[in-house]
Design a protein around this ligand. Sequence first.
Ligand code: APR
Length: 320
Amino acid sequence: MARPKIALIGSGQIGGTLAHLIGLRELGDVVMFDIAEGTPQGKSLDIAQSSPVDGFDARMSGANSYEAIEGASVCIVTAGVPRKPGMSRDDLLGINLKVMEQVGSGIKKYAPNAFVICITNPLDAMVWALQKYSGLPRNMVVGMAGVLDSARFRYFLADEFNVSVEDVTAFVLGGHGDTMVPLTRYSTVAGIPLPDLVKMGWTTDKRLEDIVIRTRNGGAEIVNLLKTGSAFYAPASSAIAMAESYLKDKKRVLPCAAWLNGEYGVKDMYVGVPVVIGAKGVERVVEIELSSSEREMFDKSADSVLQLVDACKKIAPDLT
Ligand code: APR
């Protein structure tokens, strides 16, 4: 069977890491695309030259024309401008909306059957715009945020409890970053919910609260350290988990920015919720009952996404 073709639209820091991970995991052949001439060609050649050493077979190529993505099974979109220190994700909105218009029309023309994963920020608004511009089915266009937010949460919790990251699960809802809603009662260490771990004396409510705050600001913490860009290793790994679930029909339950049609009281918007990803794309939205305080946090988060979507509609009134 031919290897699936994976198109990386944007070949910057995340795009390069994605290509490397796809090679190492032999998930498929990679086409890297970018407007910067030479970047996708150079990175793909460099990664291809690592394949004899690491022992993987994958075709790696780079291009500056959308024709190259023709027939892709998966498109992962990182094209755009990343945050600089002091810049919020929302500051990026105007610039990256224009980028989504170009990317959406490229995907529409050359890869209309692809499963599309958007990473470009501000995520929940950009994935909404990308679905509109591409016209692809809503279950085939998702945003990567929740896997990353929950990975950050899991990492900090594992560190707090001095246990393996593998045994920590986290459940997060809502928009990416600052308004993320961690559901502590559904986050566990080997199945033991966080509130029980507080009762067992493993941690305190205050320490958990600090971890939640650090998780919410996880992106900014890295931007401030790097000074010249934003996080790329963990975002790339997170998108790979989503692509792999689609390509291998694993039906993993992953928190993603998914199109909602009434679930959680949200209509025609992308917000982070747990979904099942399989060969049909988003196969199911997992809707749980929220307590009143969780509902309040979720509504606040959904409201901030709504404001971003409204800002997009103001800039591009055809996007309704
Ligand atoms: N079409 C295609 N590629 C584009 C376009 C465009 N219109 N505009 C910019 N690019 C490319 C840039 O040339 C660059 O190579 O997108 C790439 C972005 O790469 P980086 O600047 O290294 O950013 P990265 O760290 O990969 O993050 C990408 O993901 O997490 C988000 O906030 C982040 O929106 C940002 C995105």
